[in-house]
Design a protein around this ligand. Sequence first.
Ligand code: NAD
Ligand code: WQD
Length: 334
Amino acid sequence: MAVLITGGAGFIGSHTAIELINSGKEIIIVDNLCNSNINTIENIKKITNTNSIPFFEYDCCCKKNLTKIFEENEIESVIHFAGLKAVGESVEKPLKYYSNNLKSTLTLCEVMSKFNCNKLVFSSSATVYGSPKTVPIKENFPTSTTNPYGTTKLMIENILKDICLANPDFSVACLRYFNPIGAHRSGLIGEIPNGIPNNLMPYITQVAVGKLKILSVFGNDYPTHDGTGVRDYIHVVDLAKGHLNALKYIENHNGFETFNLGTGVGYSVLDIIKAFEQVNNIKIPYKIVQRRPGDIAECYADPTKSQKLLNWKATLSLEDMCHDSWNFAKLAFN
Ligand code: NAD
Ligand code: WQD
């Protein structure tokens, strides 16, 4: 029996694939490589010392191809990472996001139902909390969204909730990730965004490597300890491990459940720059510019529910995140 990983060639999916293999699970990866590279599959093999990993270069929106995977393999559960995730692009091209993210999930759920596969872990996002009134954020806080990307996540959460209501045998762990950064210790896999990065850590590493000149810090007049935005950065390996705990949870619990995957600690943009500089002994030139539209002052998790129900806790430090992000970037870009 295998775990199907959609989007398994991507940033979080590839790290999760490694943790699953290391825990003795059989895995199958499906990814259309629209935001990833086939080399990642080779690197997963290298890191895990595995001869072959079943990989299908299919689009999850294609029912025929997904059906083929389920026909030819015994799949016990699915971790659904496949999706488009660039917030800015989703504002410019909403149809692309609604079409890809919704269609792939609906198709996957239809095929899962047909083959009586009832266990799903879904990649949601802290973006579904919109602008929270207070922090830390608990799972029962109100949800709202500010961009089409976030709306696809919230719509999918609602779809999955309805599927669970209609089918009492179905179980979904909906994982709301905070800000994943870092990379595998080997430096072989990590995140390489297309074009100029939107997210903070990929931007910092590209400044460090000399591809970009200077980091723009978006606003220093927020009501935070140093005026810059505060987020809950989580090491991607900690995040990946959370999926194993979620799989274990849905083996024994039916229904729909949401979980925050964050550390519970908030760091500001300036904290991140300082930590990156200290850990890696590299200067990151930066300038303060206007706030980025749509940004909020503070966003960090209350991870108590995940600690209690999933028996999961992030253990890697900000230093680990800065070290591993740089270790990957310097190999990837040099
Ligand atoms: P990623 O882009 O690195 O990985 C997503 C993978 O899905 C890519 O390899 C891409 O090629 C594939 N994909 C996209 N659409 C597909 C389709 N229709 N069929 C098959 N493959 C498809 O992104 P990531 O950072 O690894 O994120 C994984 C998931 O987690 C996404 O759903 C994302 O929205 C969610 N998420 C990410 C973050 C983050 O900051 N990275 C935060 C919260 C939630
Ligand atoms: C972090 C902080 C910026 C870049 C995004 C998505 C969210 C989720 C995670 C998918 C903020 C500041 C950033 C820069 C800066 N993804 N910043 N200069 O916005 O918290 O979350 O990624 O689900 O949906 O919105 O992450 O890394 O873009 O920003 O000053 O060049 O860094 O203002 O305070 P964000 P981020």
